[in-house]
Design a binder for this molecule. Structure first.
Ligand code: AMP
Length: 593
């Protein structure tokens, strides 16, 4: 038997919600429906958005209301127009197979005459935002004398938005005998006070944690210059290879432009906005749901009611004009108990808006740095190696081709093959990120200062040291000790001259005493490691795109030296010293380094 039938919901409604994909009640529904169905109690439910609370109060309402009558019997108050429309739409969907159900959505910013006309025609359930509701009450256009149930949905949000007095005034228009059902994600004392003032011994239920917003959402922001926004956005997306995201823009045009640019740049993206026909919308949504699309670029209006599970990131490419819309955007992730990230790309002037949002959601944002190019490259490489490692192998079907594949690869070592596979997908990526600048506003400003002083050293170099970049890293199977040995041998300097070594996947940053910097450049000049020209640069130059190794060296010259096959002091020392262990030693002896 269907568990909703067990709970006491009628067949027609169960059929409708089954069509909507509800198989079994969510925790809040399981707990709240039996209590609310009695129609005897006031009720307080602590539940976050995305927990299924609309059905938790909506399904009991459909059982309790007398639909042969055409006067308002239930009033649902909620904070925003979007939520108002969504609740009304959901109720209509649940009631699809029930006759004579009339729901009206009453909200600001829309033509009031249409709403008044619907009320005059007769409605049983009014879903409203407080301001417009008061307006209609003020016009004496609605009779609440038969209201039996008032639902205060997202009560904390309504109070945050300053609707306390409006709510008081609206409630005073409803009969004392009504039952009040309050839903809130958090329970600040103002909400508690409503419960005390308007309810009698309410039945209280909690789903999830008390006094927090959706704890599963991490809120983050990145400060970037307007002109760098798109590049920063792409870099963040690249940093999360498994991203399945919704990207919010402010306007239809922005939505379309971003989607087009992303597609042009090889991303799996499409847009959803108000100019699309219903058919086009459905098509985009189907692709997104099926995960044929990785990024859905949407306006607030178009994204209303999107309920796709497993969205990993909500990206606010532009912050919403109305701060409260942020909650609705971020609520598209971390649904059904999952975790998710809501990140915003902002300029310095928008920090105030972030602070206002923090107040509304009751949570702090984490300031994040746009990942460095090397970090993105590393993440992508690791994702790809994971993919290779986990690929399903159809032994039977690949078998006939294996002998010729093996033959064509026989002169390549395992390492060579791995590198070639990686490069196949990666060369474009490496090229793209080769000269990629730091996109963080603060970093850029600091770099700018330094340039003015003619000082090209990295901001993080310790005093008396220069921070250098080398295009060898942990993927080359170097440990930090190996790297230290390599540098000392190549430059013929003592270990004491080398400061911090910051190994990345395909790069390493290391500090060298200012006096020894040229020795390092000279030592590495024209050398290669496993067939790859070794590149050493002052950190910061490599990221600015113009600079190459110091000392007048050029890529061309390095290649010349390489083909000439000349050794370096490092090479001989390294082999003889035997400080490389195991595989490392063999790799070193096969190549120049
Ligand atoms: P809400 O918290 O009411 O906004 O609901 C969040 C999402 O979960 C909506 O898209 C609902 O359609 C969906 N939902 C609610 N209850 C269930 C259920 N029992 N089974 C599956 N989906 C549900």
């Amino acid at each position: 038997m269907n568990p909703f039938l067990d709970l006491g919901i009628r067949h027609e409604v169960v059929n409708a919600i089954t069509e909507m994909g509800f198989e079994k009640p969510s925790p809040i529904q399981e707990k709240a429906i039996p209590v609310l169905l009695t129609g005897n109690d006031d009720f307080v439910g602590l539940a976050q958005t995305g927990t299924g609370k609309t059905a938790a109060f909506g399904l009991p309402l459909l059982e309790l209301i007398d639909f042969t009558q055409k006067h308002p019997q239930a009033l649902v108050l909620c904070p925003t127009r979007e939520l108002c429309l969504q609740i009304a739409k959901d109720l209509e969907k649940y009631a699809k197979h029930v006759d004579n159900v009339h729901v009206v959505a009453v909200y600001g910013g829309a033509n009031i005459s249409d709403q008044l006309r619907q009320i005059r025609r007769g409605v049983q359930i009014v879903v409203a935002t407080p301001g417009r509701m008061l307006d209609i009450i003020g016009r004496k256009a609605i009779d609440f004398s038969n209201v039996k149930y008032v639902v205060l949905d997202e009560a904390d949000e309504m109070l945050n938005m300053g609707f306390q007095e409006d709510i008081n005034n609206i409630l005073s228009e409803t009969p004392d005998t009504k039952k009040t059902w309050l839903f809130s994600a958090t329970m600040p004392k103002e909400v508690r006070r409503i419960a005390q003032n308007y309810m009698t011994d309410p039945h209280e239920l909690t789903v999830g944690t008390k006094n927090t917003g959706n704890v599963n959402i991490e809120h983050q922001y990145y400060v970037v210059k307007a002109r760098d926004k798109y590049a920063a956005f792409k870099r963040i997306v690249d940093y999360y290879p498994e991203i399945f995201g919704i990207v919010f823009c402010r306007t239809k045009i922005e939505t379309q432009e971003i989607a087009e640019a992303l597609v042009r740049d090889g991303y799996n993206a499409d847009s959803l906005h108000g100019d699309l026909s219903q058919q086009q919308r459905d098509k985009v949504m189907k692709r997104y749901r099926d995960r044929s699309l990785q990024l859905l670029i949407a306006t607030d209006v178009a994204a209303r009611g999107i309920d796709v599970n497993d969205v990993t990131h909500v990206i606010n490419f532009s912050l919403p004009d109305e701060v409260e819309n942020y909650t609705h955007r971020s609520g598209r992730t971390a649904r059904a108990g999952k975790t998710g990230v809501s990140l915003s790309l902002i300029n310095v002037k928008e920090l105030g808006k972030i602070r206002r949002i923090e107040k509304i959601i009751g949570k702090q944002f984490e300031k994040k740095q746009v990942p460095e190019a090397s970090e993105v490259v590393e993440k992508q490489l690791l994702a790809m190696t994971d993919k290779i490692r986990n690929v399903d192998i159809n032994e039977e079907r690949i078998a006939p081709y294996l002998p010729s594949i093996m033959e064509s690869m026989q002169d390549l070592s395992k390492e060579d093959i791995i590198k070639r596979f990686a490069s196949l997908e990666f060369n474009r990526f490496l090229d793209y990120y080769q000269n990629a600048p730091d996109l963080n506003v603060d970093a850029r400003e600091r770099d700018g200062d330094r340039e003015e002083r003619g000082d090209r050293r990295s901001r993080t170099a310790s005093k008396g040291y220069t921070r250098l970049f080398i295009n060898l890293g942990s993927v080359d199977e170097f440990s930090r000790g190996d790297m230290l040995g390599l540098i000392c041998d190549a430059a013929n300097i003592s270990g004491k001259s080398v400061g911090k070594i910051d190994m990345k996947g395909v790069f390493t940053f290391f500090e060298v005493q200012d006096a020894d910097v040229n020795k390092v450049f000279e030592g590495f000049q024209g050398t290669e490691y496993n067939g790859r020209a070794v590149r050493v640069e002052v950190s910061g130059e490599e990221s600015r795109g113009g600079g190459r190794s110091r000392g007048g060296d050029s890529g061309g010259r390095r290649r010349d030296r390489k083909s000439g096959g000349s050794g370096s002091s490092y090479r001989g020392d390294r082999r003889d010293s035997g400080s490389f262990r195991g595989e490392r030693k063999r790799a070193a002896s096969r190549s120049k380094y």
